[in-house]
Design a protein around this ligand. Structure first.
Ligand SMILES: *Cc1c(COP(=O)(O)O)cnc(C)c1O
Length: 375
């Protein structure tokens, strides 16, 4: 008798999400000094958190014996104010990934489906599978979402469409005109999730919140404190939606899903515009540098609108292993079925130059290599 016989059948084939490799794991496995390892694998902020967020968290630790404010009054109020919305439009998650999961709890049943772009965040598909729903993957020419094709893929069991903008792992960006046309064409009974984890890296952000303000019932925008805010370890993100959709999602969450230290750090970080600006500037400098280097090395890359770059190196897994041995952690793209590519997070200039130095040791022009396997 296996307990698997009692478990939900869709769990059998569920492959767990594989995150970027932690520095300590690499140090332990390869006998390296953790201080000499750089991680450019998970799109984290190389400047760390805002000092104001750190101070607020220190303070909050003193009250760790008290349950958090489950309604997160101050943080939700501050987020609402920042975007010209009401508190009722704001929902918090244990990372924005948790909010993606709320949409599954709220809308998916076995036999339903979600629509995603072919090379987009793998969490959407894993989340759908958790609820016994299937995923329709729509081809993405030149690695950009084809929103017209995504609308055309809608069928009677479609419940949610995920639009990741800028998109991870490709770094591509959709225009305001494309998005407006898309929203107008999606029936209002289907939820549109705009996952905007990297929106703050844009100089001229696309506006999807206008749909929430205008009362469009089926638009959810998700943002996170993990990326530009440098608070990935805290696990906190937020969703913005019409009051009714927000209410539906609120029903699915645990009462204390956003912990008190995270609420305090996020609130202080949200208000620290200077830290976000400095991060954005550093990211632009690093992005220009890395893209110039790739071009001069003859490597094809996808021009990025985020804090990472997708670049074609030949055998991505082999390069991942070779760089890891030298203390540089990047991401191979096997999970995205792109064995010839890697994704590298933009770091400090010191980290970027080290990455390029190490990369130089290993690359041969992709054209001269056979197509690699993910091994
Ligand atoms: C990093 C990321 C998130 C945010 O994850 P958190 O759970 O908030 O840490 C969401 N979507 C995409 C596409 C991401 O890359």
């Amino acid at each position: 008798m296996s307990i698997w016989n009692s478990a939900n059948p869709q769990l059998r084939d569920l492959v767990a999400y594989e995150p970027g490799k932690p520095i300590d794991d690499v140090a332990r496995e390869l006998g390296l000094n953790p201080e000499e390892i750089i991680k450019l694998a998970s799109n984290e902020n190389p400047l760390g958190p805002s000092p104001k967020a750190v101070a607020a968290m220190r303070e909050a630790v003193q009250s760790a014996h008290i349950y958090p404010d489950g309604g997160a009054y101050y943080l939700r109020e501050a987020i609402a104010q920042k975007f010209g919305l009401q508190r009722a439009n704001v929902i918090l998650g244990n990372g924005s990934s948790e909010i993606l999961e709320f949409t599954g709890h709220a809308f998916l049943q076995p036999g339903d489906n979600i629509i995603v772009a072919r090379h987009s965040f793998t969490i959407y598909k894993l989340m759908a599978q958790l609820f016994g729903a299937s995923t329709i993957e729509v081809p993405d020419p030149h690695f950009a979402h084809d929103l017209d094709a995504m609308v055309a893929a809608i069928n009677p069991r479609t419940k949610i469409i995920f639009v990741n903008n800028p998109n991870n792992p490709t770094g591509t960006l959709l225009s305001q005109a494309e998005i407006d046309r898309f929203v107008a064409r999606v029936p209002e009974n289907i939820v549109i999730v705009f996952d905007e984890a990297y929106m703050e890296f844009l100089d001229e952000p696309v506006d999807t919140l206008k749909y929430v303000r205008e009362g469009r019932p089926n638009v959810l925008v998700t943002r996170t404190f993990s990326k530009i805010q440098g608070l990935a370890g805290l696990r906190i993100g937020y969703g913005l939606a019409g009051a009714e959709l927000a209410e539906v999602l609120q029903k699915t969450r645990e009462p204390f899903n956003a912990n008190s230290i995270a609420q305090a750090g996020a609130l202080a970080g949200l208000l620290d515009e200077e830290h976000q600006r400095a991060t954005r500037e550093l990211n632009k400098e690093g992005r220009d540098y890395l893209q110039r280097c790739f071009a001069s090395l003859g490597l094809k890359y996808v021009p990025s609108h985020a804090n990472f770059i997708l670049v074609k190196v030949g055998d991505g897994k082999a390069l991942f292993n070779a760089l890891q041995k030298r203390g540089v952690i990047i991401r191979d793209m096997c999970a995205y079925d792109l064995p010839e590519w890697i994704r590298v997070t933009i770091g400090t200039m010191e980290q970027n130059t080290r990455f390029i130095r190490e990369l130089n040791l290993f690359i041969t022009p992709p054209a001269s290599q056979p197509v690699p396997k993910c091994h």
